[in-house]
Design a protein around this ligand. Sequence first.
Ligand code: UD1
Ligand code: MG
Length: 454
Amino acid sequence: MSRTCLSIILAAGEGSRMKSSVTKVLHPIGGRPLVAHVAATAAAAGAQASALVVGRDAEAVAAAVAGAGHAASVHLQSERLGTAHAVLAAREAIGAGYDDLLILYGDTPLIRPETLLAARAVLAEGAAICVIGFRPADPTGYGRLIEEGGTLKAIREEKDASAEEKAIGFCNGGVMAIDGRRALDLIGRIGNANAKGEYYLTDIVEIACADGLSVRAIEAAEKEVLGVDDRVKLARAEAVWQADRRMEAMRAGATLIAPDTVTFAYDTVLGRDVLVEPNVFFGPGVTVGEGAVIHAFSHLEGAEVGPGASIGPFARLRPGTRLADGAKVGNFCEVKNAVVGEGAKINHLSYIGDASVGARTNVGAGTITCNYDGFLKHRTEIGADAFIGSDTALVAPIRVGDGAYVGSGSTLTEDVPADALAIARARQVNKPERARSIRERGKAAKAQRRAAGE
Ligand code: UD1
Ligand code: MG
């Protein structure tokens, strides 16, 4: 669509039902703030910019949408005087001149770009306003859409509606597209003579109709206009969002054995033929290459998993992890800020942090990189084709060369040259018959105490 578009995201005037010190629209679903979902959807529907109307935390809200894919401006609505008044807080952005305005709510994150494009298409056909309606199971509390012969004549808020109007099941989802060249004039004429004494954006419909302009409503699914106003709705929005992501992942060629138990982030990328076992959590920033397997109960965040790699069960990949093709990180292992080479194995009970592990290297069970000295973090660099015996502690900073071999139970504090054998533990001593004499001495002492009646 060649028409220009500005999205106006209303995020002021929230209630206190979240019971939170965090502004409502900053609460996340899929690991990303609600308002950032809305801005990203607006961008996907062709908006070149978003104007955010906030009541507080302007900087934090601006930061949250900074990565949404387009420019954003933030406007303060210091008094909560209604949705029309909120839109006018963004007067300056609107005045820059756009063909289409999309009015969105920062707490309504599930609206789809396709729906917004459909509303913009109605404007392109000549309508001045297109309202996105829905048919809720229970319409109580929503504005009712009053239609006549295929056009929208008015939106009546619940508190101002007659019994007849209340019987209408088609409701205002809150999202609408408005002709950007007429918006300031139309909204500027909205008054506040209603039950709540607020400037209702919904009154724009009757004003536009009186001007002889065309106004239409289109229908969206109820879940798209689900508004988050408490933690229960937040969980419901998360559930709907996750269900959609799981379907997308499966349709794109990943196998999820128990999809309902897998949690995605907004930017999770799974390649073809990835297998995800039950109870896996993806935090933000995870990419999984073709054919990799994520075994059950693994937690990944900020990690790049190469093709054919294998994770878990019960593995944790933290930010900065990069696993090359075919690498393995097995049960009860944690990897952080570390590059693990092709075919390398960290199979059991290890912590590998601030490190690099070369290709084909085997890291034995219980190996720990001691990366933190209480003040600073230090790096461990292990070369290719090395063998780190079980229960090795690598006290960083330290380097282990290519092809080196480290004896089990070592505590390494010095670099190991390539192809060297390093053993850093006390030498074993066997004392013949000593166990037997200890045992006999112990038994005798115990018998003596019994005899003394202790
Ligand atoms: C609004 C609509 C109603 C619709 C419903 C859908 C109006 C008058 N009514 O009602 O027709 O069915 O949404 O959920 O538009 N906001 C501000 N500043 C304000 C007032 C509101 O930023 O001064 C923001 C809120 O943060 C919220 C949105 O606008 O994101 C809607 O406000 P809300 O009070 O929830 O409106 P409703 O009464 O639910
Ligand atoms: Mg509401």
